[in-house]
Design a binder for this molecule. Structure first.
Ligand code: CS2
Length: 493
């Protein structure tokens, strides 16, 4: 028999844990931009947990979700009244639960003026953001706004109908200033270094393109806390829809799958309008997030990208399969111990070797199928903060960095567009055209060409002969021996 679809009316029939608060009492206080799986498996869960601890004081913290591009999330969530299942997966089983604080989902390009109106409403006190690295329209090497980005060029011309993140934030903040409403607190939850500071710079740069006084008002009034977010959330598959139906007894077209671990470290500089008590759900409010971000970007995301490129090129589909291979486990251990950890100042009370052990355990979770091809996406936007900062520190210290060089070479090979069997790779990257290998160019010419892309490698590495030669040598090893043998050989160094 066909199951009923999950929505407000069928919710009570679900065979799993339900929201322990009355959704009809909840009013929106948060707009979330970037309604992907990550936020639904992370921020919404913290928010539901916080509301559950004291629904009466949290009735103003419902969420309106916004997609900046695709209607797919809205199309799945609106027929379900914003309800969806989260499934925590590990070797010890599945723990399903239905989330309740996402009230509404909208698609920005369909209703840009309405979205600006919602953001300008005084009831909205927080804007949280997960638009991924490329959504910031910045130059990853410098962290500054890229005024030549097509979306920024568009938004300068069409301020009332923007398409970019800075465009929407600035249009809404302008209305709030004109109406005498305090700015909302803007919480970037993307894997970028000093994400709050970075976004403040981009928003102020964009505002200053037309209105210096608006830029100054934002700069002195809008809080942009930095955050470190962490939870592994692979893209959902058709099997996950079946799993959600089996567990809940209802049809859910928008489930999210995630690992048990979660972490959210937030700089405690919210505006006077306050925030939900996310700390009751385990969020850590601290004075300085940067050490946590640096640790996570270099130790987790850096090694994730390493496993993604080298694993993919070795023909391995998922992270857990990659780390099941002893050659890759040795590589990871050496990468953490010898090349990454020496560059990371430990945040308060954190034992970095134990953190690495915990990461390996998380990567090994056999119930989470996190595809190497998914993590390999958008490398041009990820490499600077995940790998290249570490390399700069190693160069400065005059210390070896062979494993990091192999990762950069693997990125260049992957983004070149052909795998070891000669098959085309479906490279998803905003710079895919520039990264594509031209079959005619020699390896040395190709490596130099990629390293000359300033938005990835910056002016310094782009001209550093030691850097170029080391990456070139690693690239040749990859081409000659293949990724797996190259990893194995690098383990001997
Ligand atoms: C991953 C991250 O896709 C990627 O690039 O490295 O999404 C990673 O899973 C999360 O940052 C974990 O918190």
């Amino acid at each position: 028999m066909m199951s009923e679809r999950l929505d407000s009316k069928t919710l009570q029939n679900a065979k799993v844990r339900l929201p322990a608060f009355d959704r009809t009492e909840l009013r929106p206080g948060i707009v979330h931009i970037g309604l992907g799986a990550f936020f639904r498996a992370h921020g919404v869960i913290y928010n539901d947990d916080a509301i559950e601890t004291d629904p009466a004081t949290h009735d103003g913290w419902g969420i309106i979700g916004v997609s900046l591009r695709s209607p797919s999330q809205r199309d799945r969530l609106e027929p379900q009244d914003g309800l969806y299942t989260t499934i925590e997966r590990s070797a010890s089983g599945d723990r399903p639960r239905i989330m309740g604080s996402l009230l509404q989902s909208i698609v920005a390009p369909e209703v840009p003026e309405r979205l600006i109106g919602i953001l300008a409403d005084s009831g909205i006190r927080i804007v949280t953001i997960t638009v991924t690295e490329k959504g910031y329209c910045h130059d990853p090497a410098t962290g500054r706004l890229n005024p030549a980005h097509p979306d920024i060029v568009h938004d300068v011309e069409h301020r009332e109908r923007p398409v970019s993140l800075p465009g929407f934030l600035v249009a809404a903040l302008k209305l709030r200033r004109d109406r005498g409403i305090a700015p909302f607190t803007i919480v970037s939850c993307d894997n970028l270094p000093s994400n709050g500071k970075l976004l403040r710079g981009l928003v102020c740069d964009f505002a200053a393109l037309s209105d210096d006084s608006l830029a100054a008002w934002i700069e002195s009034n809008a809080p942009f806390p930095s955050t470190m977010v962490d939870r592994i959330v692979p893209a959902a598959t058709d099997n996950d829809l079946l799993l959600a139906r089996d567990l809940t007894g209802l049809r859910d077209l928008a489930p999210v799958i995630h690992e048990p671990f979660r972490q959210w470290v937030i700089e405690d500089i919210f505006g006077a309008a306050g925030r939900p008590a996310w700390e009751r759900a385990g969020a850590q409010f601290v004075g300085d997030v940067e050490p946590f971000e640096l640790m996570k970007l270099r130790m987790l995301n850096g090694t994730h990208s390493a496993l993604a490129y080298l694993g993919f090129l070795s023909g391995i589909q998922t992270i857990s399969q990659t780390v099941a291979d002893p050659v890759f486990r040795d590589f990871l251990a050496g990468l953490w111990r010898n090349e990454i950890i020496p560059t990371v100042p430990a945040p308060d009370g954190t034992d970095l070797a134990a953190y690495a052990d915990q990461l390996l355990e998380r990567y090994s979770n056999p119930a989470i199928s996190h595809r190497t091809a998914q993590i390999a996406m958008d490398g041009s936007q990820k490499l600077p903060q995940r790998i290249l900062g570490t390399v700069r520190d190693r160069l400065k210290a005059g210390q070896p960095w062979e494993r990091l060089a192999l990762i950069i070479a693997a990125f260049i090979t992957y983004a070149g567009g052909t795998d070891e069997k000669g098959q085309a790779i479906d490279v998803k990257d905003p710079l895919a055209n520039q990264l594509k290998a031209d079959g005619q160019a020699s390896p040395a010419t190709h490596v130099r060409h990629v390293i000359s892309i300033g938005s990835i490698f910056g002016a310094d590495l782009g001209r550093d002969e030691r850097f170029i030669k080391t990456v070139e040598a690693a690239y040749r090893t990859l081409l000659t021996h293949g990724a797996h043998a190259a990893v194995s050989a690098t383990n001997q160094t």
